[in-house]
Structures are given as structure tokens and as C-alpha cells.
Ligand binder design. Structure first.
Ligand code: SF4
Length: 430
């Protein structure tokens, strides 16, 4: 097993780094240095597909799929995987909590062209409840065994809620938050701690997690069990105290040569996004930052792919490296196929806007190419370059096309055509 961070720390440029360098047009030495310092990670998918996430690379996007306890349809989830890859998600997370979880995860890994992440605590809790009726019977052993099972089956990265502690539970009990805990994994761990009186094993035995990660070169995505679930809870003492714990654990993981990502909020007003990103980056040794959104307002159920894309664009500009999509179904239902497409495309737009702001090589050029094609009214080229060519075609062809030269918005009064014609006219004084 090649351990990417350890190889990078030895100064070796691995095959994975070379491939990412070619794909992203970023020097391999630069990527390798970022991996060595813990500022970038490499996700391994079946020893042939690698995705890099971190400070010098393009911002990446994740799509969450998976069954729920209410809706179990593996074919539908596999179609979501296919569609999200068609609109170019960089990774997918299987968040299944209903049905045969091992079978679902294995099928998703098998059919996926991109790295797959998971949250093993879900399976550990679901199986404990099915077998023994309550998750108070969950054991630390079951949690670690499930994490190792996921790694062994080909999962590239796992969310582990290591920053939750008994101290945080005491603060949470004071009830200062509007929405308490909104992370499902975080809620499981807090409730288990409250029922058993025990410390969080993922924090207490972080060394065991490190050993599993080393065995499989598994990337640990340190979860934000205390992320704010509404803008009122953003940047509060609970959120920040968890980040401090994640900072300590990141330092330990860096010393051990284990790759880590830090997960972040959540719901954050737009004026607090820069502070949040810089705070987490500073406390956590500039490890890659993985954000869910953030959603910049709480008033738009049904449109949260938009509220989150606004936040993600600003966060990308500020330094976030990895954006988890949010779909229009957020807070309402399990996403449909169309929701998944809208979610990925919205997050991709935000990520690209962040890339432009950060001057990531090759990002701005895409905009210039599509703008030039737009001025020339080159519809084929515009379609090919657009973020979702299928949608481009569908909208353009939704009305009768009266002219191949312009669109129906302005028709014969097309501003770009008027100026283009005038510029080319031999009789004009342009
Ligand atoms: S018709 Fe109007 S909207 Fe359409 S391409 Fe020309 S300027 Fe743009």
C-alpha cells in the first residue's frame, strides 16, 4: 500500500501525484509539497483513479447519495451516481441508512468512476438498533470494525466525528443553540455519550483511527458534528471548540503521515464566511477544508442549492477546497435525480467561481472561451463549453429557433450582432 503523504514527505513523486498534475496542469512538485505538509490530500479510487484536494488544486465538489430508512431503492441511487458523474462531480458519498448497507456500498464503489466516501457511524448505529433495539448498546469496537470494513471495501475517505467530547456535551446541555446538533453522525455520538456516560471513542482512541488509515491510505475527513444548523448558531463557542479539537488531531495525524480533511459549516451568514474559513485553516494547519455549503440564509427551503452555492462561492474565494453539494430537497426530502443534477451543477458553479477568484490555472480561460463564442453567436461551441451542455440544448431548443445567428431573447435586435456587424462594416466609422 502506497501511503501518499509518507511518500511525499520522503520527497517521492508518486504515480498518483503525476496523474493529478497532468489532469489539473499544476506542477507535480507543488502538489507533492502540499501533500507532504498536509495542505492537500489524494483520494485513491481502486488504485487507478486519484483525485487531489487542497490549496494549490481546483476546488472539488462532492455529491451525497444513498438510501434512507424510509426510501430504499438501490437502482435509483445508482442512477444518481451516474447522473452526478455526468455533470462532473469529483467525488460521491454513500450516506445510506436503509437496506443492505454492505451491498449498496459495494455496488456504488464498483460502478463509480470517482472516489467514494462514507460515514461508517451510520452503519454501526443502524445495525446496533436492528440487532439490539437501541444504540446505547453500540460499542467502540463496533465503530472501529465498521470503519475498517468500509476502508477494506474500497472507500476512499470517511467522515469521523472525532472533535465531539464530553466537555462539548456539557456546553450543549445549556441549550444556547436554536438548532442544537444537525449533523446526523454528531447526533448519534452525542446521544450515545449521553446514554452511556462514556467519552467519544473516535476522540479518545484517535490513535486507532490513525492505524486503520495507515493500513489502507484512508483519508480521514474530520467531521463537524457541531456545525451550525442555522445562521444564528454560526461561529458560536460549540462550533469553535470543536474546531480546536480538530486542530489538535490534525497535528497528530500530520506527524503520523495520515491524510486528513477538515469538515466545516453548515449555515453561516455571508459576512462571517471569510472569518470561518481563515479560522479553521489557521487552527487546523491549513488542511483541506470541506464545507457543506455554507448556506447563507435559512429562509429558502426548496432553493437551498442556491443559498449554499452563494456561500460556497465566497468560501471558495476565501480558501475552502472541497464543496459538498446541497440540493433543492435539503431540509425537505430525499433528493430526486433532478435534484442531484441541480445540486452538483450549483456546487460546480460555486467551485469554479472560487477557482477564478484564487487564480487557479486554467479556470479563467474557460470563461474567456465561452465569452468569445457567445459574441460570435457560435452556439455549438457555447454548448460544448457550458457547465451543463444538456441543459443548454434543452433551453435553446425549447422554443422554435427563428435564427441560427441569434436567440429569441432580442431576436433581430441582438446587441452583440448589431455591434459585431458594425465593427465589420466597411462603411462604418467604428
Ligand atoms: S439575442 Fe440578445 S440574449 Fe440572445 S445572444 Fe443576442 S444579445 Fe444575447
Amino acid at each position: 500500500m502506497i501511503l501518499q503523504k509518507i511518500e511525499a514527505q520522503k520527497g517521492n513523486i508518486t504515480q498518483a501525484v503525476k496523474k493529478i498534475s497532468e489532469k489539473e496542469n499544476i506542477p507535480a512538485e507543488k502538489i507533492s509539497e502540499s501533500v507532504a505538509r498536509g495542505r492537500a490530500v489524494i483520494l485513491n479510487h481502486k488504485d487507478s483513479g486519484w483525485t487531489g484536494i487542497g490549496d494549490c488544486l481546483h476546488i472539488k465538489v462532492n455529491a451525497n447519495i444513498g438510501t434512507s430508512s424510509n426510501i430504499i431503492n438501490i437502482e435509483e441511487e445508482l442512477l444518481k451516481l451516474k447522473k452526478s458523474c455526468q455533470v462532473k462531480t469529483d467525488t460521491v458519498m454513500d450516506l445510506s441508512t436503509g437496506g443492505d448497507l454492505d451491498n449498496i456500498r459495494e455496488k456504488i464503489i464498483q460502478e463509480s468512476p470517482v472516489p467514494i466516501g462514507s460515514v461508517p457511524i451510520y452503519q454501526a448505529v443502524v445495525e446496533t438498533i436492528e440487532e439490539r433495539g437501541s444504540f446505547k448498546f453500540l460499542t467502540a469496537e463496533k465503530i472501529f470494525e465498521t470503519i475498517e470494513k468500509h476502508a477494506k471495501s474500497g472507500i476512499s475517505f470517511v467522515t469521523v466525528h472525532c472533535g465531539i467530547t464530553s466537555e462539548a456535551l456539557e456546553t450543549l446541555k445549556k441549550g444556547t443553540r436554536q438548532t442544537g446538533v444537525v449533523s446526523r453522525g454528531g447526533a448519534f455520538i452525542f446521544s450515545w455519550m449521553a446514554l452511556t456516560g462514556k467519552e467519544n471513542p473516535l476522540y479518545e482512541r484517535f490513535d486507532r483511527l490513525i492505524s486503520i488509515a495507515k493500513k489502507y491510505d484512508l483519508v480521514l475527513s474530520l467531521g463537524d458534528g457541531l456545525r451550525p444548523g442555522c445562521i444564528s448558531d454560526a461561529t458560536d463557542n460549540l462550533q469553535i471548540s470543536e474546531v480546536m479539537k480538530l486542530g489538535e488531531l490534525t497535528e497528530y495525524a500530520n506527524q503520523e503521515g495520515v491524510q486528513v480533511i477538515i469538515e466545516g459549516p453548515g449555515h453561516v451568514p455571508i459576512n462571517q464566511i471569510f472569518t470561518n474559513v481563515q479560522l479553521v485553516k489557521n487552527i487546523c494547519a491549513s488542511a483541506p477544508l470541506y464545507l457543506l455549503g455554507p448556506l447563507v440564509t435559512d429562509i429558502a427551503p426548496g432553493y437551498d442549492h442556491i443559498t449554499s452555492a452563494i456561500g460556497a462561492a465566497v468560501a471558495g474565494w476565501a480558501g475552502a477546497d472541497f464543496i459538498c453539494y446541497v440540493t433543492p430537497s435539503e431540509h425537505l426530502a430525499l433528493p430526486t435525480i433532478d435534484d442531484v443534477i441541480d445540486g452538483v451543477v450549483s456546487a460546480k458553479i460555486a467551485a469554479h467561481a472560487g477557482d477564478i477568484a484564487r487564480n487557479i490555472p486554467g479556470s479563467r480561460e474557460l470563461d474567456d472561451q465561452i465569452s468569445q463564442a457567445r459574441f460570435k453567436r457560435d452556439w455549438k461551441k457555447q454548448q460544448a463549453l457550458s457547465i451543463n451542455p444538456e441543459k443548454f440544448k434543452k433551453v435553446r431548443e425549447s422554443q422554435e429557433i427563428f435564427s441560427e445567428d441569434v436567440c429569441n431573447m432580442c431576436g433581430k435586435y441582438c446587441a452583440m450582432k448589431i455591434i459585431d456587424d458594425i465593427m465589420k462594416s466597411p462603411i462604418s466609422h467604428f
